[in-house]
Design a protein around this ligand. Structure first.
Ligand code: ZN
Length: 353
């Protein structure tokens, strides 16, 4: 789980804030457009920052609103919710359509098997990895196997390597540094090579160098630095370490620019922002439908009861009572929902991403 300000990072918080502002503005736009279509004037509108959480508001003319029928008010109250649902569905469709939308500028590695392209190496990666992998390098092969299927294909190959599909670091060390005769007092590298203790002078044993970390693997990465060109001269990087380090610290993209003028980061930013928009809009729609203090759900419930009751009767009294009682009784529920919204949005965005 990632929490803004703790482990979400500045980039994640920027995505969250942008998506929150978009979602809030679109929600209020829904109320405003519906109110305008029913002839209810808008007195003011704007955006605000609630401590660190961005929001938006529209203020409608209460007297004009009171003159509308309950079903008309329900249309205005529900407009924000369904606008969030529409935006979530549209953003979800845009994620699926991204390869097609970006096709004029970016080739997609899921469609054409061309490996994955390095967007960024995290500063927390090992110094050797930071020095060897450059932004824009296209990783075309892993242990001589071509990388197909974009990011899922790349991650599956890394998982396979971590599970023992590649040679262990000990095997590599054994090849580069053969066993040598050694005693506790002798300089290991100065001693003769050996296959067994029989090759060694008396008092010495035949020792093989080892690497302590059992999860280390040898990975050969074939890299191409010439964009999309098929005639690219590849260079080979031999990585000795945990394959999970590559998965965690090397941000790759399956959108390969067709020309250097198209930035590498653009598809990554677009897709990540869209995922946050999906999560936040789904969360906002659910939250606002809750019949809690000052949320759309409370107004929908009260007007819904008025619609059921017609112009009079017990339900009408209950509806008026519900409005007043809900204001006092559900403040705590609203606070709880806000906490759940924040947790759901962050978890959803992170899991989705
Ligand atoms: Zn609303």
């Amino acid at each position: 789980m990632q929490i803004p300000g703790w482990n979400l990072g500045i980039t994640g918080a920027a995505y969250l804030a942008t998506a929150a502002m978009l979602s809030a503005v679109f929600h209020e736009l829904g109320h405003a457009l519906c109110a305008a279509s029913l002839g209810v004037p808008m007195l003011s509108c704007g955006v605000f920052l609630l401590i660190v959480w961005p929001g938006a508001f529209v203020q409608l003319d209460d007297k004009s609103l009171a003159r509308r029928t309950p079903s008309e008010r329900m249309r205005i109250s529900s407009a924000g919710i369904w606008h969030n649902v529409v935006l979530a569905v549209a953003a979800s469709a845009a994620i699926r359509a991204l390869p097609t939308l970006l096709a004029p500028a970016y080739a997609n590695a899921r469609i054409q098997p061309m490996g994955v392209v390095v967007v960024q190496v995290d500063a927390a990666a090992s110094p050797s990895l930071l020095a060897s992998l450059q932004q824009g390098d296209r990783i075309v092969k892993l242990n001589r196997g071509g990388i197909a299927g974009g990011i899922p294909g790349w991650k599956a190959m890394l998982e396979d390597a971590a599970a023992g599909g590649a040679g262990t670091a000990d095997e590599l060390v054994g090849r580069l540094l053969p066993s040598r005769c050694a005693s506790l007092s002798a300089d290991f590298f100065e001693q003769p090579q050996c296959d067994s203790a029989r090759d060694c002078p008396r008092g010495q044993i035949c020792m093989a160098p080892r690497i302590a970390r059992s999860g280390d693997r040898i990975l050969h990465l074939d890299l191409c630095s010439a964009g999309l060109s098929d005639q690219c001269q590849t260079r080979r990087l031999t990585f000795v370490g945990d394959p999970h380090e590559l998965a965690a610290y090397v941000l790759v993209s399956e959108h390969v620019p067709r020309h250097w003028i198209f930035p590498l980061w653009l598809p990554v930013v677009a897709e990540t922002l869209l995922r946050y928009v999906v999560s936040l809009n789904a969360a906002l729609a659910v939250l606002n439908a809750v019949p809690a203090f000052d949320l759309d759900g409370q107004r929908l419930l009260a007007d819904g009861m008025r619609v059921l009751a017609g112009s009079g009767g017990v339900l009408r009294l209950a509806a008026d009572g519900a409005l007043g009682a809900a204001e006092h009784a559900t403040v705590a529920a609203a606070a709880l929902c806000l906490c759940l919204l924040a947790a759901y949005a962050v978890v959803g965005a992170v899991v989705g991403g």
